[in-house]
Write a protein that binds this ligand. Structure first.
Ligand SMILES: Cc1cc2nc3c(=O)[nH]c(=O)nc-3n(C[C@H](O)[C@H](O)[C@H](O)COP(=O)(O)O)c2cc1C
Length: 167
């Protein structure tokens, strides 16, 4: 069966939740999926395709997701790669499209990754501290992950993976 890696990086579980739903949809497409925290990925060569997702913190990707792209650039270039990031919260979260941080954009170009999807994030005052808590107690607290959009994106990825596998 075609194997796909879904790697995720975040701090408070919101991005992992998105990755879980993506993995579920890919399995529905008949693919075999490994769902892993980005920091625990040692090898990408066993996979026919890779999905990497990170939470956005201060306009940056989580370091473990950046490291994954950096340490496996060559192997990733040889297989289809889809990227997503999750962050925007508040009333403007849904239409928001966030550009890749510069360093990640360079890696995405080197890998020839598909265009990045931006998904709304989740800000929970109970799990955030410091500046995050300030954001969370303001107008941006809540769960802005759009599951229909996430599932639709994952189904597109699934079709893309299958098309590649048939080549
Ligand atoms: C301190 C802090 C900084 C953040 N910075 C950004 C940011 O620069 N851009 C953005 O879109 N979202 C930002 N967010 C929102 C997070 O990306 C969002 O809460 C996301 O869902 C967190 O994912 P996680 O639960 O996987 O850690 C920030 C959140 C916190 C708490």
């Amino acid at each position: 069966m075609t194997a796909v890696l879904v790697a995720h990086a975040g701090k408070n579980g919101g991005t992992r939740g998105i990755a879980e739903v993506i993995a579920g949809e890919l399995r529905e497409c008949g693919l075999s999926v490994d769902l892993r925290p980005a920091g625990e990925v040692c090898e990408v060569r066993p996979y026919k395709a890779v999905v990497v997702g990170s939470a956005l913190y201060y306009r940056r990707w989580r370091p473990e997701a950046v490291r994954l792209l950096q340490e496996h650039t060559e192997a990733l270039r040889e297989r289809p790669v889809w990227l997503f990031h999750s962050g925007p919260c508040g009333p403007a979260a849904q239409p928001a499209r966030v550009s890749l941080p510069a360093r990640v954009a360079l890696l995405a170009a080197a890998i020839d990754a598909e265009r990045t999807a931006t998904f709304g994030g989740r800000l929970d005052p109970a799990t955030t501290r410091g500046f995050g808590r300030l954001l969370a107690v303001g107008r941006r607290a809540g769960d802005f992950r759009d599951w229909d959009r996430i599932r639709a994106w994952a189904r597109d990825v699934g079709q893309g993976v299958r098309a590649h596998a048939e080549l």
